[in-house]
Design a protein around this ligand. Structure first.
Ligand SMILES: NC(=O)C1=CN([C@@H]2O[C@H](COP(=O)(O)OP(=O)(O)OC[C@H]3O[C@@H](n4cnc5c(N)ncnc54)[C@H](O)[C@@H]3O)[C@@H](O)[C@H]2O)C=CC1
Ligand SMILES: O=C(CO)COP(=O)(O)O
Length: 313
């Protein structure tokens, strides 16, 4: 039995498994791992011998399990496999808010697996960078400080440097909400509004992320760390981001590749549903929800943002 297993053989799960296999044997579970030694979602990355692939969950579960499934499928997966997962260290790597329950991945895990120790691994990191062994800094959040420290040591490698925090809510929400703002930043660029407009979206978007996250119990300083500001900067400025590219396509009125994981689209709708319940104003996120649902046309988006009453920063 390996020390760490990774559930979800998409781009991110595979990249994490490749990186961790440099340190100790890793098992990677996926429902569709019939590919030879290269994952089509992560082209050009050879899978090392220390990485064992399986589609049998019962063969995959170590004491520490990284859950690298998209946020909108995590709840169903947990419902199906809670008994096998409970009691382990379960670390969410998903960046989203579940649209059905309006909860983040850590709350879904707690609810399904009450005896598990829950953690969150998040921060600025493209799967391709991690898989290539490029230097990357992430946040490992765990409410239990001692377990968090042990997990930090277990999951750090020569290239992957983990910082730790006990603020699970803040770390998780930073990663989820930056995807929504990245869609807005992409839309601003795609529509030709320019880099100054993008800088405004990043800054005012960060204010929205902080308002919502603190209303849900996050510590404000967590939002200024890797999991919040760090990942926001990466995702709003790089075409390596699927959320940013989705926004680019929206802004330019172009189609977007179906089947691509774009966490920010569903998360924007979850955020729009949460905002009135919490009494927080989130104009950019609500606009992204409207664009993603097709309720708002791109040609009206700018007017909606600019015609609001003037206010203090
Ligand atoms: N790709 C990246 O650079 C990064 C991704 N993440 C996060 O990791 C999470 C996963 O994203 P990616 O791996 O990039 O997505 P992906 O689109 O590359 O892969 C998704 C994987 O989930 C599997 N899947 C879908 N529904 C399933 C189900 N019901 N049961 C079992 N497996 C199922 C698919 O077969 C696929 O292997 C997302 O929350 C994303 O935000 C976080 C950091 C970086
Ligand atoms: O979360 C990511 C980088 O930190 C990946 O972003 P995308 O899901 O937008 O590709």
């Amino acid at each position: 039995m390996t020390a760490v297993s990774v559930i979800g053989a998409g781009a991110f799960g595979t990249a994490l498994a490749v990186a961790l296999a440099a340190k100790s044997p890793v098992t990677l579970w996926g429902r569709d791992v019939a590919w030879p030694r290269e994952n089509p979602r992560l082209p050009g990355v050879a899978l090392p011998d220390a990485l064992r692939l399986t589609d049998r969950l019962q063969d995959a579960l170590a004491q520490t399990v990284l859950l690298a499934l998209p946020a909108q499928v995590l709840g169903g997966f947990l419902a199906d496999h809670a008994a096998a997962l409970d009691g382990r260290n379960l670390i969410s790597c998903a960046k989203g808010i579940d649209l059905q329950t309006l909860q983040g991945p850590s709350a879904l895990i707690h609810a399904a697996c009450p005896a598990a120790t829950v953690g969150v691994l998040t921060g600025p990191s493209f799967a391709a960078d991690i898989a290539r062994g490029l230097p990357t800094a992430l946040t490992l959040a765990c409410a239990d400080a001692a377990t968090g420290e042990a997990l930090q040591a277990r999951l750090s490698t020569g290239a992957l440097r983990l910082y730790r925090t006990t603020d699970v809510t803040g770390a998780e929400l930073g990663g989820a909400l930056k995807n929504v703002i990245a869609i807005a930043a992409g839309a601003a660029i795609g529509a030709g509004y320019g880099d100054s407009a993008r800088a405004s979206v990043i800054t005012r978007g960060f204010a929205e992320m902080t308002r919502l996250a603190t209303a849900l119990g996050a510590r404000p300083e967590t939002l200024t760390g890797l999991s919040g500001l760090g990942d926001l900067v990466l995702t709003c400025t790089s075409e390596g981001s699927r959320n940013f590219r989705f926004g680019l396509a929206l802004g330019a009125g172009r189609d977007f590749t179906p089947g691509t994981t774009v966490e920010g689209a569903a998360t924007a709708r979850a955020v729009a549903a949460l905002a009135p319940k919490l009494g927080v104003e989130l104009p950019i996120s609500r606009l992204v929800a409207g664009l993603a649902e097709g309720r708002i046309a791109m040609e009206h988006a700018l007017d909606i943002l600019l015609n609001r009453p003037l206010k203090e920063e």
